[in-house]
Design a protein around this ligand. Structure first.
Ligand code: CO8
Length: 377
């Protein structure tokens, strides 16, 4: 959708990075120790051909297949303990901020500072993320309360595309006049729903939080604003990326604890189907806007896989992209779901001059694809 008379900007962005990081080597050591334990425990059944032995993971495969070298996490000890292999997050009372609220607020404060706004300037809060820590009250209402923001707040989930879909929601609210300014926050604790015992995906995700402030150019007090020239969203139903964890689990006991209650995917199919769809969406959008791909200074892509991003950027630009044109942060952060493209945007936009153009794009489960054309003003 293209702006009417109201020009809308991203006036600030924030990034919270967890203190702990897990390298591929540490993750693989823990996984392989668990595999050895599993194979020893089932040695008789494996010898009798009744069970398949589990295979080791390896660092070289992970880096070559994905480009990921490490990931930031909210809790390292629980993840790398081969007897546990999931984060250990201490329970919090109803009077304490939830983990998602805490990291979302940390990112939000940075975004608000860059936008040069205070709580009273904001009318709406969106928490847009792949997983919510609880069903209700909404994470967004908790973030709103923690920051002392009036107005309204709600959660939304479009998996890896939650942030771009959230930007369009915020954009629409500003254009319609329903909110002067919107704070859109993406706290992603992906390790909570990652199966660290699945060799195919144990290396994929990390934890992080990002946030942006969206408002009209007219009200903007930031010296760091990017005008939203256009937004385009698309969803296409697929079973290739699923997580069946939900409120009906209690009613279907036979499914409790099964692997489909964690992240599962057909990675190859995702790769094959998503890359052309994303490239086509961005290309169509630029064509409609009469923007030559060569006039883009940068593409801030979703950070799931380095090879995917090279392919998409190459299709969009019609040539090999440079690292500067399509920056990578997944080597250090892994896939942080909806936050990935916003991390890339936050870390790689300081060199933009007024008039410079870029595209921020997400893609993932659903499938969902979002692309936002931005101009530094
Ligand atoms: N170590 C060693 N070998 C391995 C490993 C490993 N860790 N994993 C797999 N192998 C083996 C396989 O068994 C296979 O062996 P064989 O050839 O004998 O069958 C071989 O290596 C090749 O495996 P793959 O074909 O699976 O390898 P790929 O080259 O396809 O790479 C990837 C795998 C990296 C997963 C790749 O396919 C990929 O990145 N695909 C796209 C994924 C993607 O973008 N997903 C987005 C989904 S995320 C999203 O939308 C958000 C959801 C919400 C998040 C919530 C938090 C959890």
């Amino acid at each position: 959708m293209q702006a009417g008379n109201t020009r809308v900007v991203i006036s600030g962005a924030g990034l919270f990075t967890p203190a702990e990081s897990v390298s591929n080597q540490e993750l693989v050591e823990s996984f392989n120790a668990w595999v050895d334990h599993y194979n020893a425990e089932h040695a008789d059944a494996i010898a009798a051909g009744e069970m398949e032995p589990k295979g080791h993971s390896n660092v070289e495969f992970i880096e070559k297949a994905s480009g990921i070298k490490s990931r930031f996490v909210m809790n390292k000890t629980g993840i790398v303990d081969p007897m546990r292999m999931m984060p250990r997050l201490e329970p919090r009372s109803n009077d304490e901020p939830s983990v998602m609220c805490e990291i979302g607020v940390a990112a939000a404060k940075q975004a608000m500072e860059q936008a040069n706004v205070i709580a009273d300037d904001i009318d709406a809060v969106l928490v847009a993320a792949s997983n919510m820590e609880r069903a209700y009250p909404a994470m967004a209402i908790e973030v709103q309360a923690e920051l002392g923001i009036k107005g309204f707040a709600f959660d939304m989930n479009v998996a890896c595309s939650s942030a771009t879909f959230g930007i369009q929601q915020a954009y629409d609210m500003v254009v319609s006049g329903n909110a002067r300014r919107v704070l859109m926050v993406n706290p992603e604790i992906c390790t909570g729903h990652l199966n660290f015992r699945d060799r195919d995906s144990h290396f994929i995700f990390g934890d992080v939080a990002t946030a942006v402030v969206i408002e009209s150019a007219e009200h903007c007090r930031s010296d760091h604003a990017f005008e939203i020239l256009d937004t385009k969203l698309q969803t296409i139903y697929t079973n290739n990326i699923r997580n069946n964890f939900g409120f009906l689990n209690r009613a279907t006991e036979e499914g409790v604890g099964q692997v489909d209650k964690l992240f599962v995917q057909e990675g190859r199919k995702v790769f094959r189907e998503v890359c052309p769809a994303v490239a086509e969406q961005i290309t169509q959008q630029l064509t409609k806007m009469e923007i030559e791909p060569d006039s883009l200074k940068r593409i801030w892509l979703h950070q799931a896989n380095k090879n995917m991003n090279e392919l998409i950027a190459k299709k969009v630009l019609g040539r090999e992209p440079s690292d500067e044109e399509s920056p990578t942060i997944l080597d250090e952060y892994a896939n942080t779901s909806s936050a990935g493209s916003v991390i890339a945007f936050k870390k790689y936009n300081e060199d933009f001059e007024p008039g410079d153009l870029g595209v921020l794009s997400s893609f993932g489960a659903g499938y969902s694809i979002g692309s936002i054309v931005l101009k530094r003003i």
